[in-house]
Ligand binder design. Structure first.
Ligand code: ADP
Ligand code: ZN
Length: 530
């Protein structure tokens, strides 16, 4: 039996490696660099813990694990100690004396693994200690966990990670393994570049989470939709509801509580003690619904989260994937549910436009948002789309909303052209721009004060779209904005503007396909229909 396998059995009590673990572990034990992409729950930790044990047995000394998450460090060190592995951590929770003690143990070669925060690893003092070990050949490997934190395009950018680039040159010959559960092509490139992992072997596992059912619904009355979803499908079960702002977290938590859901708020604006208390209850008690900003979740290992809901649009697919990935870690069915509407598109576009970031950066953010919007607008398998984003080809899953009940689509091309030409005509006539509400009123031929004020009943497009419901037109606008065929000017009352992309639609070169607005009686869910 190989040494790695006997360590797996003897130390961790497992019978067999999972997925690419065996290959990765053999590669790192042999001294190779590795970039490991594996979904949450895939078993990344063993990919450096077993090499650390094996290499120490071969006389290579201690492994340094860089981790940004204090809670996770504590959990892992606790679990390792229980398994009889000598491990410790260095982070801001230790006082000077405790830290000095850990350093002494490190220098005496008493540790198999040392976990440290990135800002700690790159201090001159700590680098000095590592130099000493390195001279004696007593650094077995570096593991860089949550490696996507090095990418400024991602949602967890931590500038301290950039400094880890120096490990390569300074500690030549010490293998490095970078690990992450989230990395699209752009982030992956960033990791390779910034951590100097050009020569590392890449191990990319499947990102599929087959037990998660993805569903994205059109936003109408989102809080009511959320409540229905919880009551019908997850009453009494644990879940996470992600909201965009702290204020919204508070509102939704309160509303859910009023309706008898055991909901708690969590965001960075709450007192640390309150946050801790809420997190503890979520982990310990059954059926708590955590209503949270994205401040919640990293490093939380609760196996029986039965649903993850997004009541607001996340920023990009990586965020969506990581957040939804917190559901169903026990392998049992879990729901990823999201409500998505016109306002979300407008908001996210505005936040990017208004951010003070350089144009190149905004361009990257827009590209990422577009990919998410395409997922939300998709009328085919969500999972195929999601996995394709991570570079993985797959077949329709049969377990997402679109697979379970393929949406009827209607051709919104004509309505889109009517809307765009209305915008064009209004601009010609008045030299002004208007928002979605007024434009829809014109198209539907509504006699409002504003219509009369601007003489818009005289436009040739006035009333020509009377057959469309407001909801249908909203869907058309949402998709036009989502696909860049229409722009929103946030600095001037969210007015709508034609773009270069409008032409193709106006000229009939681009089709606008929309899912049929579900005009079913309120209270029947898609799943019941299917
Ligand atoms: P990740 O860091 O990728 O999210 P972890 O390393 O925390 O995942 O592993 C997830 C869970 O799977 C842990 O409980 C771990 O003990 C378990 N696990 C990992 N590898 C194996 C294996 N080969 N056999 C059985 N259980 C495993
Ligand atoms: Zn599907």
């Amino acid at each position: 039996m190989s040494n790695a396998l006997s360590l797996l059995k003897d130390v961790f009590g497992y019978d067999a490696f999972r997925g690419a673990q065996a290959e990765i572990i053999a590669h790192v034990i042999a001294g190779g660099d590795a970039l490991v992409l594996m979904p949450t729950g895939g078993g990344k930790s063993l990919c450096y813990q077993i090499p650390a044990l094996a290499r120490q047995q071969d006389g290579h000394g201690t492994a340094i694990v860089v981790s940004p998450l204090i809670a996770l460090m504590h959990d892992q060190v606790g679990a390792l100690e229980e398994a009889g592995v000598k491990a410790a951590f260095l982070n801001s929770t230790l006082d000077a004396e405790q830290a000095a003690d850990v350093e002494r143990r490190l220098l005496r070669g008493e540790l198999t693994l040392l976990y440290a925060a990135p800002e700690r690893v790159t201090t001159p003092r700590f680098l000095g200690l590592l130099d000493t070990l390195h001279r004696e050949g007593k650094l077995s490997l570096f593991a860089i966990d949550e490696a996507h934190c090095v990418s400024q395009w991602g949602h967890d950018f931590r500038p301290e990670y950039r400094a880890l680039a120096l490990l390569h040159a300074r500690f030549a010959g010490v293998p490095r393994v970078a690990l992450t559960a989230t990395a699209d092509a752009l982030t992956r490139e960033d990791i390779v570049q910034h951590l100097q992992l050009e020569r590392a072997r890449q191990f990319v596992s499947s990102f599929d989470r087959p037990n998660i059912r993805y569903a994205i619904v059109e936003k109408k009355d989102p809080t009511l939709q959320l409540l229905r979803f919880i009551e019908r499908e997850h009453a009494g079960e644990a879940g996470i509801v992600y909201c965009q702002s702290r204020k919204r977290v508070e509102e939704i938590a309160e509303l859910l509580c009023k309706q008898g859901v055991d909901a708690l708020p969590y965001h960075a604006g709450l007192d640390a003690q309150v946050r801790q208390r809420h997190q503890d209850r979520f982990l310990r008690d059954d059926g708590v619904v955590m209503t949270a900003t994205i401040a919640f979740g990293m490093g939380i290992d609760k196996p029986d989260v039965r649903f993850v809901a997004h009541i607001d649009l996340p920023k990009n697919i990586e965020g969506y994937y990581q957040e939804t990935g917190r559901g169903g870690r026990d392998g049992l069915p879990a729901d990823a549910w999201m409500a998505y509407g016109l306002g979300d598109v407008v908001n996210q576009r505005r936040m990017i436009d208004e951010s003070p970031a350089p144009e190149e950066f905004k361009q990257a953010l827009r590209g990422k948002l577009d990919a998410l919007l395409a997922l939300a607008e998709a009328t085919d398998c969500r999972r195929v789309r999601l996995l394709a984003y991570f570079g993985e080809a797959s077949e329709p899953c049969g377990n997402c909303d679109n697979c379970i009940s393929p949406p009827a689509v209607w051709d919104g091309t004509e309505a889109a052209r009517m809307l765009l030409s209305t915008i064009y005509r209004v601009q010609q006539a008045n030299g002004l721009h208007f928002g979605a509400g007024h434009l829809m009123d014109i198209l539907r031929g509504k006699d409002t004060e504003k219509v009369r004020q601007f003489g818009h009943q005289q436009l040739s497009t006035f009333g020509i779209g009377a057959q469309y419901s407001e909801q249908q037109l909203r869907g058309v606008l949402r998709q036009l904005i989502a696909t860049g065929a229409l722009a929103v000017d946030a600095s001037s009352f969210n007015t709508l503007h034609l773009t270069a992309g409008s032409r193709a639609v106006l000229k009939g070169e681009r089709q606008v396909l929309l899912r049929e607005s579900v005009s079913q009686p309120a209270g029947r869910t898609r799943r019941e229909r299917g």
